[in-house]
Design a binder for this molecule. Structure first.
Ligand SMILES: Cc1ncc(COP(=O)(O)O)c(C=O)c1O
Length: 402
């Protein structure tokens, strides 16, 4: 039985919505993107959201909008996908990678505290697998306590008065913790709608900002306008505005970037949004079944759901206790022989050429390495049938000898 890892869940509703956009005569950023932004803001219970071409663009533009660049340092975790860290490099700042807590995928807050210097401008936390990072409160407390070290370089940094706390919530749309939705907790929260994500627009991303940002006196309207400028060449009017009769004239306020979302992407997103409650429910059902079959003495799994948090249920990470990477790779091959696709989340950044070349050494990240050593991610998506899931469980147990 062939079981793909994470195919897009596309129904006739998405196809109809895209066809309607194609027939409408407007296919780039326009009314559908704006409607999708309102939908994301409603889901995240934030005042506003901006949709761009990817989560990467959302994170990079957040750093740029806050004036973070050369000479600055940004702290993040060694246990993540490259995008969390590459955006730091894109803006010319220096990435500072910290280890995870022992036996955990989560960034160690005390390591963050130790890494803070006068140059630190931001910390990027990761909501891995759809579970909101459990130490935001602690990161905010550390940011407050280290205010004395903070050297603001512009008005926005001055207004915030402390290190910016950003969430890489690429996996976590719809997750909640302590009564707050993902999107309301970190100063800026960035979501991905890449083809493998819970809610897809083929490629795409969204960013929200919290009340704390507004309360610090950073105007939401201005942030939104700047996001529009930064994502569309620094052009003072967007394409739709320019098409209005007699309104051709525009200015370029700075030579900026091009990473807007199109209405075709938003059309897919609007259809997915209508189904999103059901998508989250089905993911929860699948995770509970995997947990019942696999969680135990030999296999560690993530706690996606608890009294105070609900995951978006994006990825099903397992760790086979006491096994080596080589043993796990053989298990992955055995799964592949049965046409079951699996994956590894993640090879820690210091093991990748780009970050080794920046001077990072995996020897300095023993906890992140230990998490990677015996990790296997199983298929989890809303095209997965109950029958397929049973088959995955059977094949995995057999291959792992558990
Ligand atoms: C943790 C994490 N951050 C960021 C991204 C980047 O998202 P995007 O492809 O929308 O830029 C991904 C994508 O897979 C991711 O897994």
């Amino acid at each position: 039985m062939k079981v793909p890892f994470s195919p897009p869940d596309i129904t006739e509703q998405e196809i109809e919505e895209v066809a309607a956009a194609l027939r409408s005569g407007w296919i780039t950023t326009g009314p559908r993107t704006k409607e999708f932004e309102r939908g994301i803001a409603a889901l995240c219970r934030t005042k506003q959201a901006v949709c761009l071409g990817s989560a990467t663009a959302c994170m990079e533009m957040a750093l740029r909008l806050m004036g973070i660049g050369p000479g600055d340092e940004v702290i993040t975790t060694a246990y993540t996908y490259t995008a969390t860290c590459s955006v730091i490099c894109h803006v010319g700042a220096a990435p500072v990678l910290v280890d995870t807590l022992p036996g955990s995928y989560e960034m160690d807050p005390s390591a963050v505290e130790r890494a803070i210097t006068e140059k630190t401008k931001a910390v990027i936390c990761v909501d891995l697998a759809g579970i909101i990072y459990s130490a935001y409160d602690e990161i905010f407390r550390i940011a407050e306590e280290k205010k004395g070290l903070f050297r603001p370089a512009n008005e926005r940094q001055q207004a915030l008065g402390r290190i910016l706390v950003m969430a890489d919530a690429a996996h976590a749309l719809g997750a909640s913790r302590d009564g707050k939705m993902s999107g309301q907790i970190a100063d800026f929260t960035c979501f991905s709608f890449h083809a493998v994500k819970n809610l897809t627009t083929a490629e795409g991303g969204a960013v929200t900002w919290s009340e704390a940002v507004e309360n610090a006196g950073i105007d939401s309207g201005e942030l939104y306008r700047d996001y529009m400028l930064y994502s569309l060449h620094g052009q003072s009017k967007d394409a739709l505005e320019k098409t209005r009769a007699g309104a051709w004239e525009y200015d370029i306020v700075a030579p900026l970037y091009k990473c807007n979302m199109t209405d075709l992407q938003a059309a897919i997103g609007l259809a997915q949004m209508k189904r999103y409650d059901g998508i989250l429910r089905r993911r929860k059902e699948l995770i509970e079944r995997y947990d019942a079959a696999l969680k135990g003495d030999q296999t560690d799994v993530l706690g996606h759901y608890g009294d105070t948090w609900q995951s978006s249920g994006h990825l099903y990470l397992t760790r086979l206790k006491g096994r080596t990477r080589e043993e796990c790779n053989r298990i992955i091959e055995k799964l592949a022989e049965q046409e079951v696709a699996s994956n590894v989340h993640y090879k820690p950044l210091p093991m990748l050429t780009a970050y080794r070349n920046l001077g990072f050494d995996i020897g300095d990240y023993p906890n992140a390495y230990a998490q990677f050593e015996n990790e296997i991610t199983l298929p989890l998506h809303t095209c997965l049938t109950d029958e397929q899931q049973e088959f995955v469980i059977e094949v995995y147990k057999k291959a792992a000898g558990i």
